[in-house]
Design a protein. Structure first.
Length: 68
């Protein structure tokens, strides 16, 4: 996964895979999902990310697998 932030447009692009984009769905005025031909999520675009997604504070936590 890669997160790219474009400060000049306050846009965040979160890339989940390198697959070919077949369709872009507008989820809301500022949120778009890019899907492959099977409907799998390729990337997500967040416009006005600074005010809507608090992009200035990003963290990653990998949780342990529950084996129970």
């Amino acid at each position: 996964m890669r997160i790219k932030y474009f400060a000049d447009t306050d846009t965040a692009l979160i890339e989940f895979s390198d697959g070919a984009i077949a369709e872009t769905r507008e989820i809301s005025e500022n949120l778009y999902f890019d899907l492959d031909e099977n409907g799998n999520l390729i990337s997500m675009t967040i416009e006005h990310a600074g005010e809507r997604a608090n992009i200035s504070e990003v963290s990653f936590l990998q949780m342990a697998r529950n084996t129970a």
